[in-house]
Design a protein around this ligand. Structure first.
Ligand code: AGP
Length: 600
């Protein structure tokens, strides 16, 4: 889940280039960061390293001019958030700098073996074993190959000893090159006139070059100022041909556009995103509908917010298309896929397209012959390139760790596709436009102020519950997830009917409980659930088109029929944001989280 960025070339501001690249990748992890560079003009070039705990923010690098540098922004998996555990890590001689994204599952055994050989470790990370394994390999290696070739061969030998999913990169100041290897975690290579780059994702490279290679699992690379070589890390042999993509998609515009945080900016972008989908994605929605109609079984798979969108899809296809679409969370699908075959359709849901649990599940489904599709926001991502039929969410860059516009965008495509199965695509598009209009008015007609006042009243709550029935059940899960992620309040979403089976025991006097109550067949039953909670002292916040005496607080939303879920997503997003502000928290980079989860 970390961010990796490297450059080797003719430009001597490599440390600054790397720092700028890390800032673009910081959504992948922000526990600590570090850069290693090669000190120039010295008969015996050496490494210079700086490492810091915390976010990069507006920091500048203190490293002097250099033509080669490698950097890392960390999401801690092994070893606490300390300067010693920040990457890069060095070998005993301080000769090699290693950075890593992923998990080395057999690091304990390797560490024990290296300690027995007299190596000394400076960190608690799994990563550091690579430095010492490389140190041994290079010391014992007698080949006459040139320095860079020897370095990449050493890395491939070491990489073959690592269990788990990882991307590793090494800078050796003696050799004017950077080497890397990957299996599972993403790595992208960039070719340019003034040198060559590597990064964890393409978005950090597009300002420098549009000629990219997406390294495949089990490949390694050697980057020097005048070129890039790609290898098969298993055989150690150079790959005959390497695909170079000429990227046409636009680099996403960064910047807050006057908003204080990406979270509220992206919440406010939802009406435009939904209108764009209604205008530009109906053909894609129709194609998804056709794929679903042709398949014998259909499976919607995602993680976190994407799994809540997948579950919404299950309800929308049942209600509108009378079609079963089985929803499974990405990290569990691999254990539930034995029945898949070539007549199955598996649809992956992902904003980043890099979530490792989801990628693994879809790769195993593909190996069983299933057809693969995806609703994905990042063009060129691993998921986008893995599936037979990628459908772009057109939501634009989503920089806040919390998924907001990418969530409602998924629901927008699902709504159109569900109607398209019945030949009623136009109806689906019209509903999507109505949902966009209602969200626009909600964001501009003063109802946001009501949510702010509510946040004032419940900001000190320790626990908060959200209930919904039918299609509002996954919406309750999503509302609770947003509030948990960014305000750290223990929020839980329940299926309204589950209340009496245990969870109502949690309700105390004043417990805030959000009730999602669209004007549909679930309204009466969910109101009874709300009454039961109120009877035990709960404070009832109704999000509904309909008034009711049960509400202690009524957040009124328009009735948009089957588009209700899309509209009901927004008030809890705003509440979560306002709660975070009142609790003095960073809405864009919550603790312990990262935007794309690339470790298991
Ligand atoms: C949502 O706010 C979180 N960032 C998280 O649950 C996220 O949805 C999940 O990690 C899946 O990410 P993806 O959509 O990029 O695959």
């Amino acid at each position: 889940m970390c961010g990796i960025f490297g450059y080797v070339g003719t430009r001597d501001e490599a440390p600054q280039l790397v720092l700028a690249g890390l800032k673009k990748l910081e959504y992948r992890g922000y526990d600590s960061w570090g850069i290693a560079s090669r000190q120039n003009e010295q008969a015996f070039a050496r490494l210079l390293v700086e490492k810091h705990t915390g976010k990069i923010g507006q920091a500048m690098t203190s490293l002097p001019a250099s033509h080669a540098a490698l950097g890392h922004t960390r999401w801690a998996t092994h070893g606490g958030v300390t300067q010693a555990n920040a990457h890069p890590h060095l070998d005993c001689q301080g000769r090699l700098a290693v950075i890593h994204n992923g998990i080395i599952e057999n690091h304990t055994e390797l560490r024990r073996e290296l300690l027995a050989k007299g190596h000394t470790f400076a960190s608690q990370t799994d990563t550091e074993v690579v430095c010492h394994l490389m140190e041994d390999d290079i010391r014992d290696e007698t080949s006459t190959q040139d320095g860079c070739e020897r370095l990449v061969q050493a890395l491939m030998r070491v990489f073959r000893r690592l269990d788990g999913l990882s991307a590793v990169s090494v800078l050796d100041p003696q050799e004017r090159c950077i080497v890397a290897a990957k299996n599972g975690s993403p790595l992208v290579l960039g070719y340019s006139q003034d040198g060559n780059y590597l990064a964890s994702d393409s978005s950090a490279l597009l300002e420098h070059t549009r000629r990219l290679t997406f390294l495949d699992d089990g490949q390694a690379a050697l980057l020097s100022a005048d070129g890039i070589r790609v290898y098969d890390a298993t055989s150690g042999l150079r790959e005959a041909d390497t695909r170079i993509w000429d990227i046409t998609w636009q680099e996403e515009v960064e910047g807050l556009d006057g908003f204080p945080h990406y979270m509220t900016k992206e919440i406010h972008e939802q009406p435009a995103v939904l209108r764009r989908l209604a205008a530009e994605s109906s053909a894609q929605a129709q194609r998804l509908a056709d794929e679903i109609q042709q398949a014998s079984t259909v499976h919607f798979v995602g993680c976190g917010t994407a799994s809540n969108a997948a579950r919404c899809g299950e309800y929308l296809f049942s209600r509108i298309a009378s079609r079963q679409a089985n929803c499974v969370v990405g990290s569990e699908f691999g254990y539930l896929a034995d029945f898949l075959d070539e007549r199955s359709l598996v649809v992956g849901f992902s904003q980043s397209g890099e979530t490792i649990d989801l990628l693994d599940s879809l790769k195993s489904a593909g190996r069983r012959g299933a057809r693969l599709a995806a609703l994905v926001n990042v063009e060129g991502s691993s998921l986008y390139r893995l599936v037979d039929h990628p459908i772009l969410l057109l939501a634009g860059a989503e920089r806040c760790v919390l998924a907001t516009k990418s969530f409602t965008a998924k629901l927008g495509i699902l709504l159109m596709a569900a109607y398209a199965t019945q030949g009623r695509l136009e109806e689906g598009r019209a509903l999507l436009q109505r949902a966009a209009d209602e969200i626009q008015s909600f964001l501009t007609d003063g109802r946001v102020e009501q949510v702010r006042e509510l946040a004032d009243r419940i900001a000190d709550a320790q626990h908060l519950y959200v209930i919904g029935r039918g299609p509002s059940y996954p919406m309750a899960l999503e509302a609770a997830l947003k509030i948990k992620e960014v305000s750290y309040i223990h929020a839980e979403g329940f299926a309204g009917g589950e209340l009496k089976h245990g969870v109502i025991a949690l309700v105390e006097r004043g417990s805030p409980c959000i009730v999602l109550a669209p004007n549909d067949e679930t309204f009466r039953s969910i109101l009874s659930g709300a009454e039961e909670i109120k009877a035990r002292g709960g404070y009832i916040i109704g999000i509904s088109p309909c008034a009711s005496d049960v509400w202690d607080e009524h957040i009124k939303v328009a009735d948009v029929g089957e588009g209700a879920s899309i509209v009901h997503a927004v008030p809890p997003q705003i509440l979560a944001y306002e709660l975070a502000l009142r609790r003095g928290l960073d809405p864009d980079k919550p603790r312990n989280l990262a935007k794309s989860v690339t470790v298991k």
